[in-house]
Design a protein around this ligand. Structure first.
Ligand SMILES: NC(=O)c1ccc[n+]([C@@H]2O[C@H](COP(=O)([O-])OP(=O)(O)OC[C@H]3O[C@@H](n4cnc5c(N)ncnc54)[C@H](OP(=O)(O)O)[C@@H]3O)[C@@H](O)[C@H]2O)c1
Length: 264
């Protein structure tokens, strides 16, 4: 992977207070990329900033923000524009899932999840992409999920939201093909972060067997982004599963997904 392409550029990482987002920040800093970190937990991001500054001489701005607050994406964009900070790399990573039967989930939390996972991601893309295209440089990385490749009972709404991210991102990658900007969709399988705790799920056997480390997932995502690939699934097992669903009737794959999420 070339380190110089992103050296001196600036990346906005959403959901940078834990998990994949924190590893995106670490690995981008290692390329010499300046960072804007956004999430709600300021203390976590300040700790991460201090950790990164020990080994990398990059500028790091911490912006504590609830991206679900009214008008938050627009405020973030205006704030960065007012500081004269140009975003060259947008890592649309903030998101969460909800595990359990759709009927039993709380609507306010479901609605917030759908807004964060789809609308906030889309609005941030809408805001930052035109500048990248105008400047003839940029990367957008959309974090979807391997769950996006099939219906997933017990994660019904979350999986469908991630299908939106997958297809939105891949279509956008095509629309951008004649520009100097690319869009890459990263679809991780189960990864050791705070995701399962937030989703309210204890890992099943299948998840424990397939669990990947966050730094490896992020490395795969950044490599694909720099290679301007439209889409990538980290891990051989996850790739095989996502490929395999093409050959199995969707009714059957829905049952299998249910089994793996509940008992597997
Ligand atoms: N881990 C997995 O197994 C897995 C698999 C496939 C896809 N993904 C996707 O990967 C992405 C990152 O998740 P993760 O696994 O790293 O989980 P995580 O450790 O729970 O991180 C989620 C991040 O999103 C931020 N976030 C949540 N709500 C927010 C809000 N309202 N405003 C701003 N930031 C918010 C959180 O920060 P604060 O709480 O500080 O706001 C946190 O930094 C998500 O889109 C997730 O759907 C994860």
């Amino acid at each position: 992977m070339t380190s110089h392409e992103l050296s001196g550029k600036r990346a906005l990482v959403t959901g940078a207070s834990s998990g994949l987002g924190a590893d995106f920040a670490r690995q981008l800093a290692a390329f010499g990329t300046n960072l804007v970190l956004v999430a709600r937990r300021a203390d976590r991001m300040e700790q991460l900033k201090a950790e990164i500054e020990k080994s990398h001489a990059v500028e790091i701005d911490v912006i504590p923000m609830d991206l679900l607050a009214e008008g938050a994406p627009r405020r973030l964009y205006d704030d960065l524009a007012a500081r004269g900070q140009t975003i060259d790399v947008l890592i649309n990573n903030a998101g969460y899932g909800m595990h359990g039967p759709f009927l039993k989930q709380d609507w306010a939390r479901q609605e917030a999840m759908l807004r964060l996972d789809m609308l906030v991601l889309t609005e941030l893309t809408k805001l930052f992409l035109p500048g990248m295209v105008a400047r003839d440089y940029g990367h957008v990385l959309q974090v979807s999920s391997a769950i996006a490749y099939q219906p997933a009972p017990t994660y019904a709404a979350y999986a469908a939201a991630k299908s939106y991210v997958l297809f939105f991102g891949e279509a956008l990658a095509f629309e951008l093909r004649k520009t100097a900007v690319n869009c890459t969709v990263l679809s991780p399988g189960i990864t050791a972060t705070e995701f399962l705790d937030v989703a309210g799920q204890k890992p099943t056997l299948y998840q424990r067997l397939f669990m990947m480390q966050s730094d490896a997932v992020v490395r795969t995502g950044l490599k694909a982004m720099l290679a301007r690939r439209p889409s990538v699934i980290p891990g051989f097992g996850n790739t095989l599963l996502a490929f395999g669903v093409r050959f199995i009737p969707r009714r059957a794959i829905t049952r299998i997904a249910y089994f793996l999420m509940k008992y597997g």
